[in-house]
Design a protein around this ligand. Structure first.
Ligand SMILES: *Cc1c(COP(=O)(O)O)cnc(C)c1O
Length: 458
């Protein structure tokens, strides 16, 4: 099986290649030539597996020419040994609602689930054996810490984490900046997450620089991350034991929910995927009105979703325009030159077969956190709260599962303000946050970042 680009179907890359590169040459995103579709009998067999076995079966489909199944299985077992639950994720009832807790990994957000495996992929594929790999990642708060936990101290790997200065929660920042080993560089960019992501994309498209520093990336545009996230959609379906289910997904870069879309393509009986956004609602607008137009980022109480350029949407776009790479290129070109593109009515309808989208503002998010605490003595974080809010707004849908994307401790200041409760750090948080923070503050400038990186890897 090969991988091609959303903007160029003639490209052919292996899993290892696309894992290392992250972004396709020319700026597109990688997609696989085949997506395995399970039949009823196969689904039944899958339903008997535990989480790690299921992960092995699902992920194997996307890299089977390049890793032995047994090796993949041990890699997955090793990756999830630091999680609180043996089953990695935890499905629970909050009143009548279903919540899938995805935040029981070492840095308390769902990003750990993919990132722990990614860290071990670097080792398995021996990519840093002869030459140091420099990984550059942009973070809206949670990807960075998950990447640090997965790559801290690894030989021949440097990790540069770009976060938007003063725009993430203090616990999010501390998890990144108090624990870093000598191969980790935290950089606070004077700008938004979109600025950080833009710099990372520019560096990837700079062929000279990319080769010079042997650059790699672990943002959610990396297909390997999507693949790891498909697993919990299957797992939840088998646990819930209903004929058809829907998911409400707090969304920023469209990575997590896109994994649900792939799960559906693989034959999982998913009814609707509900995109929950905060005030940064570009996805809500494009899905309901067809206009994809990044606005200025508005800081919110769910900072990991303060994103206006939802990169993974391009992967959906590819299928919506009939797998036409030229059309995707044209639309993306229009976006970069004119600042938007527009889908026609039939394309909107095509998206709506699988997706719903709801915006939940900060005020409503706060109310949801308060109500869930009042009624059920349970605390959800602000991101997860938008998922609850969106699920409630969609009528006539049964068996909705809300994805819990972060542990509330990561947003303890917000939680305290709303509920008065002071949260203790959960035991599975492996880091102590009292140590001195280490990070550098840099202008929102591509060339300054380049110079910074070059100065560190001399
Ligand atoms: C990253 C993140 C999201 C958004 O996920 P995407 O894959 O970017 O859509 C939502 N909630 C939390 C807590 C996150 O860290």
């Amino acid at each position: 099986m090969n991988y091609f680009s959303t903007r160029d179907k003639s490209l052919k890359f292996s899993f290892k290649d696309i894992f290392l590169r992250g972004l396709a040459p020319g700026g597109g995103l990688f997609l696989p030539t085949e997506i395995k579709r399970f039949n009823q009998d196969e689904l039944k067999d899958l339903s008997k597996l535990d989480y790690k076995e299921l992960a092995t079966e699902i992920i194997f489909n996307f890299c089977k020419d390049e890793i032995k199944k047994n090796d993949l299985k041990s890699l997955i077992e090793k990756s999830y040994s630091s999680f609180k639950d043996k089953e990695v994720v935890n499905l629970r009832k909050i009143g009548d609602s279903n919540l899938l807790e995805l935040y029981n990994g070492p840095t308390l957000a769902f990003k750990d689930i993919a990132m722990q495996i990614i860290g071990n992929f670097y080792e398995h594929f021996k990519v840093a054996k002869d030459k140091t790999v420099n990984i550059i990642v942009a973070t809206s708060g949670d990807t960075g810490s998950a990447a640090i936990a997965a790559l801290n101290g690894r030989e021949n790997i440097n990790l540069f984490v770009l976060h938007p200065h003063n725009k993430i929660s203090s616990v999010q920042r501390k998890i990144m900046t108090t624990t870093s080993g000598s191969n980790i560089y935290n950089v606070a960019i004077k700008g938004s997450f979109d600025d950080c992501q833009k710099i990372v994309k520019e560096l990837f498209n700079d062929e000279n620089f990319r080769t010079k520093i042997n650059m790699s990336g672990v943002n959610s545009i990396n297909w390997a991350r999507i693949v790891c996230q498909i697993v919990y959609y299957f797992y939840t379906y088998f646990k819930l034991k209903k004929e058809k289910i829907s998911f409400s997904v707090p969304t920023g870069n469209f990575g997590d929910i896109y994994a649900g879309y792939v799960a559906k393509k693989m034959g999982l009986p998913i009814n609707k995927l509900i995109v929950a956004t905060n005030e940064n609602d570009i996805l809500q607008r494009v899905i309901n009105n067809g206009e994809y137009k990044p606005d200025k980022v508005k800081p919110s109480i769910s900072p990991s979703m303060d994103i206006q350029v939802a990169s993974n949407f391009e992967r959906l776009l590819f299928y919506i325009v009939g797998q036409d790479d030229q059309k995707v290129s044209l639309l993306m070109d229009h976006l970069s030159k004119k600042g938007f593109f527009k889908l026609d009515e039939s394309e909107i309808q095509e998206i709506k077969k699988d997706f719903e989208a709801v915006k939940i503002n900060d005020e409503t998010t706060e109310l949801i956190i308060k109500n869930i605490n009042d009624q059920f003595k349970f605390i959800v974080d602000p991101h997860t709260a938008t998922g609850f809010g969106a699920a409630k707004k969609i009528k006539d849908l049964e068996n909705i599962v809300v994805l819990g994307t972060a542990h509330p401790f990561k947003f303890s200041d917000t939680v305290k303000k709303i509920t008065g409760k002071i949260l203790e750090p959960p035991l599975h948080l492996k880091m102590s946050l009292d140590k001195k923070e280490k990070f550098d503050i840099i202008e929102n400038s591509n060339s300054q970042i380049k110079n910074y990186i070059l100065s560190k890897i001399k």
